[in-house]
Write a protein that binds this ligand. Structure first.
Ligand SMILES: [Zn+2]
Length: 165
């Protein structure tokens, strides 16, 4: 789903919707369809339609610009890099580390959460003296959006790629 300015309504996560929602937007005449799935047709007793792949909203949807504190968003802020040794991690190998351990009163907030690889996290344990190379900060909405765009998206239709720049 694209906003009326042809940028995705959201990239955190990418504004993908179900085919049922896509057809509801079409029926309500709130969108213009830019791309269709070639080999995907759905039908009821009375109608049939190809499923839209990319749609653009007729009216601009104002973004909230709010980001949630979450493990995945911390990893994204740190660009999936261990902040202690610099190793690249992925969704499976990344661990969330509390700079000041929770056992020492450390909180689960942006400023105390960082990305660590398994070995660094295990090696650090409850030692609050070991600090990450870069101290964690609260990212802005646009900082995370830019970082997300630098990563690969699982696109349902190839035509999406041109709208992500
Ligand atoms: Zn590490």
């Amino acid at each position: 789903m694209l906003n009326s300015d042809a940028s995705p309504v959201s990239v955190l996560p990418l504004s993908a919707i179900t085919w049922q929602e896509a057809i509801r937007y079409m029926v309500l005449d709130k969108v213009t369809v830019l791309e269709w799935h070639d080999n995907w047709v759905v039908h009821s007793a009375r109608w049939e339609t190809r499923v839209p792949a990319v749609m653009i909203l007729r009216e601009y949807y104002k973004k909230k610009g709010y980001i949630r504190y979450s493990k995945m968003n911390v990893f994204l802020r740190d660009q999936f890099t261990c902040q202690y040794c610099g190793t690249s991690v992925n969704r499976k190998t990344a661990t969330l580390d509390h700079v000041v351990p929770t056992s020492h009163g450390g909180k689960s907030v942006w400023e105390n959460a960082t990305t660590a690889c398994g070995p660094c996290n295990a090696g650090k344990g409850n030692n609050k003296k070991i600090k990450p190379k870069v101290l964690p900060h609260k990212p802005s909405y646009w900082e995370l959006v830019e970082k997300r765009k630098q990563m690969r998206f699982d696109l349902r239709h190839p035509s999406w790629a041109m709208y992500l720049n």
